[in-house]
Design a protein around this ligand. Structure first.
Ligand code: ZN
Length: 203
């Protein structure tokens, strides 16, 4: 089991120089595979916009310093997310987790060679537009995720999502791309190993 570490945008109000120093120390000590989830979340209104931006940018800087990827959480914040990323001098490798972006963001991701995480959200019957965007992303830029305990895929027997649902996500993607499940499993595993260099190799 490997971990990532970071201050989630929902907790951005705690961000301070002390928290940044503590996080930098924890990142050095625990060698997580990524910094995350970090990002911008205005689902409950545009609160703490400035603090969220500072926490997000300073954690992107930490990821660059440490040479590890950043895993992005983005909710109700796409225009400011794109502005923020476009206004930076440099970026670490990026994974947009539980991807749910527009065509504009998908274009940006394709151009930047960033990764998207696909999970239960994409399997839902109302997710036609999302499925269309996912189909535009190259399969070698997609990783599978649960976002456990949330977002169980369609037809999963438990309400609480667990890694047990991952083969179902792989099957779903295989259907979307018109390829077989084993190809999706192999390629998304390779992608995860390429993105998260510190992951121990899969058996
Ligand atoms: Zn998230």
């Amino acid at each position: 089991m490997s971990c990532m570490l970071g201050v989630h945008p929902a907790d951005a109000r705690i961000w301070s120089d002390t928290v940044r120093r503590d996080l930098a120390l924890a990142l050095e000590n625990h060698k997580p595979v990524a910094i995350g989830e970090i990002g911008l979340d205005f689902f409950r209104g545009e609160t703490n916009v400035d603090t969220q931006l500072v926490a997000f940018n300073e954690q992107l800087d930490l990821a660059i310093t440490l040479g590890i990827p950043a895993v992005i959480h983005m909710r109700s914040s796409e225009p400011l997310m794109l502005d923020t990323l476009n206004n930076r001098k440099s970026l670490p490798e990026l994974l947009f987790h539980s991807y749910d972006g527009s065509a504009t963001l998908t274009d940006w991701i394709i151009g930047a060679g960033a990764y998207i995480g696909v999970g239960g959200l994409a399997t839902r019957s109302k997710s036609g537009a999302l499925q269309h965007e996912i189909r535009r992303v190259s399969l070698d830029r997609i990783v599978l995720e649960t976002d456990s305990p949330y977002l169980a895929p369609n037809g999963f027997k438990h309400r609480r999502n667990t890694p047990e649902s991952i083969p179902r996500i792989a099957s779903f993607l295989a259907g979307l791309f018109g390829i077989d499940d084993a190809t999706v499993a192999r390629q998304t595993t390779l992608n995860a190993e390429r993105l998260f260099e510190r992951l121990p190799p899969a058996r």
